[in-house]
Write a protein that binds this ligand. Sequence first.
Ligand code: MG
Length: 256
Amino acid sequence: MIRLKTAAELASMRRACEVSAGALAAGGAAVRPGATTKDVDDAVEAYIRSHGGIPNFKGYNGFPAAACVSVGDTVIHGIPAKSHVLQEGDIVSIDTGAIVEGFHGDNAYTFPCGAISPGAEHLLRTTRASLFAAIAAAQPGARIGDIGHAVQSYVEAEGYSVVRDFVGHGVGAELHEAPEVPNFGRAGHGARLVPGMTLAIEPMINEKGAAIHILNDGWTVKTKDGGLSAHFEHTVLITAEGPEILTQWQVDPWNS
Ligand code: MG
């Protein structure tokens, strides 16, 4: 069942999403050569707690950290570690969110670590742009398939692949609610979008093939072929006037 949010619930969700966006920026500010992925997670968790939130990923199905920090060919669900030192040229996806007043925010961004290759930069810019194409498609009266179609057509035109094994989702009182929001699909198909829906739209895009594999830690999702992967996510509210981004990023290196 898709749960539409009341005005009071949306007031709480807005606060949760604001803290989530701040946490993402705090994590991004910690990305630098020589830092560890644990440093990034520490910055995220400190931000969330100091702003009255609870890290929603920590303990979720046993996940041990406040942020997923996924480097290079890691698609999603990278576990932060003191032993993982970031290198110049890495691409670093941070996915995190906060619970505030019982509601969840969820957002992700792929940051550059120092100077990155032109190929990596193109992947990040394209994946970011596909998210905004998807959000533009999330109009009241449109369908879930319109969102996926927007992502898929945008990135496949650049020769990239859409990850099929993981998808976006509704978000609200639970981190993951109905409906699923795939990053592929057919325009005009799927559930209809109506005002009051809150969706986490999150393209996960691979430089080469779409296939993934999961490491023995049970979490880390990598590309099967070792190609790079990027991930950008916003929590979006469907309103009568159109989509509204609730997790406005405070830093956005690829906004040009
Ligand atoms: Mg999500």
